[in-house]
Write a protein that binds this ligand. Sequence first.
Ligand code: SF4
Length: 290
Amino acid sequence: MGTSTFALKARLDGLCQRYDTAGALERDPLSLLNGYYEPLDCEVVAFVAAHLAYGRVDPMIRAIRAALAPLGARPAAWLRERSVLAVRKGLTSALASWVWRFHTGADLVAWLLAWKRLDEESGQGLEPHLLPGPDLATDEALSRLVQRLRTELPASYGSRFSLPDPLEGAACKRWRMFLRWMVRTGWPDHGLWTRYPADRLIIPLDTHVARVSRYIGLSHRATPDGKMAQEITESLRRLDPADPLRYDFALSHLGILGDCPGVRKRSTCAECPLYSVCRAGSESTGRISR
Ligand code: SF4
């Protein structure tokens, strides 16, 4: 590991110290899993929360809470104990006026019925549907599920928004985030899926992670797509081979919490642990503006 790699790792560890906190977690949809104790209940909450995790964080968290409210304290049990007809009827009525940006109540009913159908097939929730095999890579497994859901879910904008395909080059941020929450064992994730290969997780790439990753040289790609997500994950693997995604929460929250102005200046970036390795505002010249 070269000196600059050591420096980058030290800076990113500092970023984790700053953002890996209960306060930052409160403003993350992952916090919505708190209060659920059964793994399958957490899975249903994560399946809903991750796929609605876009837009401004505070109204988004309120919308997800409202979406989950009809399912009560045991969402998986609620879905399992009712017939398809009863689930459809109960949720359609409860979510008639619910909406979160591209998603309507009808999209959410279809999403939860999809979970119920997949769980009835596997008897173990979603994990078996996303497991790779001897002839199936992790992204092929995800693609297979996405393609299936494209045929089963209504062709609404909200449903399509939830179904990007990694084999079509998409970053699949919300699926990657769902997988991180369910598979990774370190804070703040839940590590409830024990058969999925943790070493094949890919970073959930959002605009914040893409931007800051470019500033600090984790990626030089211009488009925040699946290839950039792979490249950033590989760059982070060089810093922490066992757990590259441990930097994801801090990288994204630097942007989510509005702490990164996008131009490196002492006056606005004094508290940023990445200051000495950041090239924001100077990518074209290679110079750091002081
Ligand atoms: S622009 Fe400033 S706040 Fe953003 S990553 Fe660079 S040094 Fe940190």
